[in-house]
Design a protein around this ligand. Structure first.
Ligand code: CA
Length: 222
């Protein structure tokens, strides 16, 4: 058995992490606070994860991005803020209600013109992008939506990415439920199967990070 060398994240250490590294715009902080009051607040990515996505987008010099699962728009705000002025983020979600909040904060942050919100089932939106000839044209994608469809999102997004493009998957630990043999829910089975598939999928280079609820990076092979 491998011994892990990660520190156990205590509240004090997590507080320290945020205190010495978090850079969050005023609008992002307002959006996070507004979302925290909602019943589905835990669907929001933590701010250090938004900052990490923004760093990846800058690192890659990404111009064309995809997001599957937008909710109230925190991660989209982080990604769009890291794009050049002519960059675009296609943000997919099914909820008019949650994304109405998102749009309000994207406008306040001055990035609304970089975000193309596509309301509707993301599988259909991604299929439409492929049908429109956009395969191979995206640099970066964040997948953070309904878990049973993750594998379908992965396959469609992999088609839409250019070689060297990056996919970031959220919630690959599912709160630790992936380890519970008694948990055979559809979401858990889907994430377990995808983790096992990604482990040996030669179309991508991968790294799985114990960040937030488990984040897997998958870089499309050239
Ligand atoms: Ca998530």
């Amino acid at each position: 058995m491998l011994t892990h060398k990660n520190l156990v994240m205590t509240d004090a250490l997590y507080d320290y992490l945020r205190r010495v590294s978090l850079r969050e715009s005023a609008v992002a902080e307002q959006l996070r606070t507004a979302t925290a009051a909602l019943p589905n607040a835990r669907m929001q990515v933590p701010p250090e994860q938004g900052q990490f996505l923004a760093l990846l987008v800058r690192l890659m010099g990404a111009r064309r991005c995809l997001e599957i699962g937008t909710f109230t728009g925190y991660s989209a705000l982080a990604v769009a803020s890291a794009l050049p002025p002519d960059g675009v983020l296609v943000a997919c979600d099914v909820s008019e209600e949650w994304t109405a909040i998102a749009r309000q904060f994207w406008a306040a942050a001055g990035v609304a013109d970089r975000i193309a919100l596509r309301l509707g089932p993301a599988r259909e939106t991604l299929a439409a992008l492929i049908a429109a000839g956009e395969a191979g044209s995206y640099d970066f994608a964040f997948i953070d939506a309904d878990k049973p469809n993750y594998d379908a999102y992965y396959e469609a997004v992999l088609t839409l990415l250019r070689p060297g493009g990056l996919i970031v998957f959220d919630n690959m630990f599912l709160g630790g439920r992936v380890l519970d043999p008694d948990d055979t829910s559809e979401s858990v089975r889907a994430i377990r199967a995808l983790n096992e598939k990604l482990h040996h999928d030669e179309r991508v280079f991968i790294a799985m990070l114990p960040l937030a609820d488990g984040v897997t990076l998958a870089l499309k092979q050239a």
